[in-house]
Design a protein. Structure first.
Length: 388
C-alpha cells in the first residue's frame, strides 16, 4: 500500500501493507487478535531470512471491526465505581509475597494482614503461584482470601476491593479455573496470555454474561519475547481489545529503568491502553515493577501533570510486604504506613521542584525532619547504602 524509504538503498524504511478483511473475517463480522497476528506477523514477515530485521510497528483496524471486540468489562471508571474510589483518588494495590510454597492458610494470613487498609483497591497473587497445585488449589486459596477480606470489611471505610487469584494454565483448563475462583468469591482474575494466545478473549467471552464478571489483570510476563519483533503498543492494544481491565507498565524512577517499557515505548503503551476507541473501554494502567516509597511521589507527580489519575493503579508488592520491623520480621503495616506518609509528602508539594536525581535524598531528609519513622525505615531497607 506504500513505502517510506529511509535511505537511498531502498532496503530501510517503513512498509505499509493492507489486507482485505474478507480473507480473515468470520461470518458474524468479527476478527480476532489471533487472526490479525497470524496474518500480519506470519512466516513471510518474520521467518524468511532476508526479513530478519522486520518489525510490526503499528496496526490500524476499521471502526466496524473494532466494535466486534469485547474490550474490558470495567475499565478504570468501572473499577472505581464498583470499589467506591473517586476518579481523582490515588488507587493502590499489592501482591501476595512471599510466593513459593504458600498454602491456603498462608494466603488467608497474608490477605488479612493488608486487606483492611482502605488505601488498597486491588490485591493479586503473584504470577509464580500456580493454580493447579495439590497442596494449594486456587479455589481454596480464593475462599480463604475472601473470608479474610470479609473479616476486615468494617475497616475499609465502605470501599470495595478487587481480589485476583492467579489462573494461568492451558487453554483447556483456564475457563474451568476462572469459574471456580469466581464461585469462591473472586472479583478479578490474573493471568498471562504471552504463552497461551487467545486466553484473554476466551475468558472474557466465557464470563461476559455473569452478573459481575471478573476484572481481568492481563499480566505481561514474557512480553519481551514478542516485542523483539512486534512493538509493545501493538501487543497492548490487542490485549485491551480482547478484554483486559489492568495492564502493567513501568514506574517513573531515577536512573536506569528496572523493567520495560520505558521512554517512548512506555508512553506509546500507556497511550494504546487508554486512547479513545469507539465501543471499547480503556484499560487501567498499572504502574508496577520496583514501585516503592522512593519513587511513588515521582509517579504521583507524573500522573497529576498528565491529568490521568483516574486511569492509574499503583501496584507495590515487596515495598509493602517485605518491609521488616525492629525484630526483623516482615510487617506490611509498616510498608502501607510508609506509603501513606509518602503520599502526604506529595500532597504537601514540598518536593515539587526537586530534580529527579536528588529526589531520594531530599525525601529521606524530609522524612527525618517530619518524624516519618516508617517512611525512613522503608527507604533504608529499599535503598541500602544510598540513604541513611
Amino acid at each position: 500500500a506504500g513505502v517510506d524509504r529511509f535511505d537511498a538503498s531502498g532496503r530501510t524504511g517503513l512498509l505499509h501493507v493492507a489486507f482485505p478483511l474478507k480473507m480473515m473475517r468470520h461470518p458474524d463480522g468479527r476478527v480476532t487478535s489471533g487472526d490479525l497476528l497470524h496474518t500480519l506477523a506470519g512466516a513471510v514477515m518474520f521467518d524468511v531470512y532476508e526479513n530478519m530485521d522486520a518489525r510490526l510497528v503499528s496496526l490500524q483496524i476499521p471502526d466496524d471491526v473494532l466494535k466486534t471486540f469485547p474490550g474490558p468489562a470495567y475499565g478504570p471508571v468501572g473499577i472505581r465505581e464498583t470499589t467506591g474510589f473517586d476518579l481523582d483518588q490515588p488507587a493502590f494495590g499489592t501482591i501476595l509475597k512471599p510466593t513459593a510454597g504458600i498454602t491456603p492458610d498462608d494466603v488467608e494470613r497474608l490477605v488479612a494482614d493488608v486487606a483492611g487498609d482502605p488505601l488498597l483497591m486491588f490485591i493479586k497473587e503473584d504470577e509464580d503461584l500456580y493454580p493447579d497445585l495439590d497442596y494449594s488449589p486456587v479455589a481454596e486459596r480464593t475462599r480463604r482470601a475472601i473470608r479474610a477480606i470479609g473479616g476486615v470489611k468494617d475497616r475499609r471505610e465502605g470501599r470495595g476491593l478487587v481480589y485476583s487469584p492467579h489462573v494461568t494454565s492451558g487453554p483447556e483448563q483456564i475457563v474451568e479455573l476462572v469459574l471456580a475462583v469466581v464461585e469462591a468469591g473472586a472479583t478479578g482474575v490474573m493471568f498471562s496470555e504471552t504463552y497461551s494466545g487467545g486466553t484473554i478473549r476466551l475468558v472474557r467471552e466465557a464470563t461476559r454474561d455473569l452478573a459481575q464478571p471478573p476484572a481481568i489483570y492481563g499480566h505481561n510476563a514474557g512480553i519481551g519475547v514478542k516485542t523483539r519483533a512486534i512493538w509493545r503498543e501493538v501487543i497492548d492494544l490487542l490485549a485491551r481489545l480482547d478484554g483486559i481491565d489492568f495492564r502493567q507498565t513501568g514506574p517513573v524512577r531515577p536512573g536506569e529503568p528496572f523493567i520495560r517499557p520505558f521512554g517512548q515505548e512506555w508512553e506509546a503503551s500507556e497511550h494504546a491502553l487508554t486512547k479513545p476507541i469507539p465501543g471499547i473501554k480503556p484499560t487501567m494502567i498499572t504502574r508496577a515493577g520496583a514501585l516503592d516509597q522512593g519513587n511513588i511521589i515521582l509517579n504521583l507527580q507524573d500522573v497529576a501533570r498528565r491529568g490521568i489519575a483516574q486511569n492509574i493503579l499503583f501496584l507495590a508488592g515487596s515495598a509493602i510486604n517485605t518491609i521488616k520491623d525492629a525484630s526483623g520480621k516482615p510487617d506490611p503495616r509498616i510498608g502501607l504506613e510508609s506509603l501513606r506518609q509518602a503520599i502526604a509528602v506529595h500532597e504537601s508539594g514540598e518536593l515539587n521542584d526537586t530534580p529527579v536525581e536528588g529526589h531520594l535524598d531530599a525525601l529521606f531528609a524530609l522524612a527525618s525532619r517530619k518524624g516519618h519513622s516508617e517512611l525512613k525505615e522503608a527507604l533504608r531497607q529499599r535503598y541500602p547504602g544510598k540513604v541513611g
